[in-house]
Design a protein. Structure first.
Length: 133
């Protein structure tokens, strides 16, 4: 039974992004996400780290690999410190989270599920504004 549960357990990842390339800034974020994932029952995590990367673009090496792995069905849960680690471009963030939701990928921050009800309302409003451009 335990082997069966292990096989059915979703694959989880952590995603860290810092504007500085040094380990000093990424390590606290990384350790915090490992603790959060462990609290949720995940020990075997895939790490995606973008050091020295600005959040104004989604064109970041580790972020692109994470997205590709999600599309391939290899990752079902992503732990991230907060939404700004993903992007500070609201439209790009909303589109990426919509893609994650469509794929069945849960995105969890230290404050809870990023794609919760309140965020879904904002996401819907942004989508509606985009249609009227």
């Amino acid at each position: 039974m335990m082997e069966e549960e292990t096989l059915l357990k979703p694959r989880a990842a952590i995603y860290c992004r810092t504007a500085n390339a040094d380990d000093f800034t990424v390590e606290p974020q990384r350790q915090s996400l490992f603790r959060l994932a462990k609290e949720k029952g995940f020990d075997d995590l895939v790490e995606y780290l973008d050091k020295g990367q600005k959040c104004t673009t989604l064109d970041r090496p580790a972020f692109k690999r994470l997205t590709e792995d999600m599309v391939a069905g290899e990752i079902q849960i992503v732990f991230v410190k907060n939404a700004s680690r993903l992007s500070r471009d609201c439209i790009a963030l909303a589109e990426w989270l919509e893609m994650a939701h469509t794929l069945g990928v849960e995105v969890i921050s230290e404050n809870g599920d990023i794609a919760d009800g309140a965020f879904r309302q904002v996401q819907s409003a942004i989508r509606e504004m985009m249609q009227h451009r």
